[in-house]
Design a binder for this molecule. Sequence first.
Ligand SMILES: [Zn+2]
Length: 239
Amino acid sequence: MKRKRKAALLILALALFLTLGPGDPKTVTAEALAQVEVDRPLVALTFDDGPRRSTTEALLDGLAQRGAHATFFLVGEMIPGNEDLVERMEQEGHQIGTHSYDHVYLTGLNARDFSRQVDRTESLLTGILGRTGFFLRPPYGKIDAAVEKRSDSPLILWSIDPEDWDDKNTDRIVEHITANAGDGDVILLHDIYPTSVEAALRVVDALHQKGFLFVTVEELACQRHVELTPGQTYRSFYP
Ligand SMILES: [Zn+2]
């Protein structure tokens, strides 16, 4: 993590911590918890393929109400017209990463095509947020040696996949996640489906009841003292 951004996150976390107190489970961030050591299970919800206004906005509303952080891996071509949603994600403490420009396999691409997919999407985000440093989730989770070599950011996969795109059955998705989620898991969902948004919010409610905190991938890694390295693949952050 860039030192400046880390410092900014820490100040924000400490401010939240001091303002809201350590007793409120919805407001303690992992950055703050990294300073005090946590004995609560942590999970990272991750959302691919957006942003899509009709669904992502409702998800952001629901996450804000619940004090849950998530990570969004955005598709470049979905960004124009949704710049305000990207800004909102950042302002509300979510993490933003990239998921290619138009959702193609990154394996087998030459350097120029890789750049057109990844660097072009990063540039769009830099234009909106004025910073760099976006983690990469390759579409379909496909990674090869060339992707590892060309990526200038950590590659983030997942440890729980309810295949929410398949039957779009909210009850089944919720059941799959709540039955399998443990401390340090990274959960894959897609915020372009209303069923997945509803499922995600129900999962937050159910796991809050069990004492879980919802944090970003970056916060989760930080809490587990994992130094994220460009070109390396991460699927989970178990204690
Ligand atoms: Zn995808």
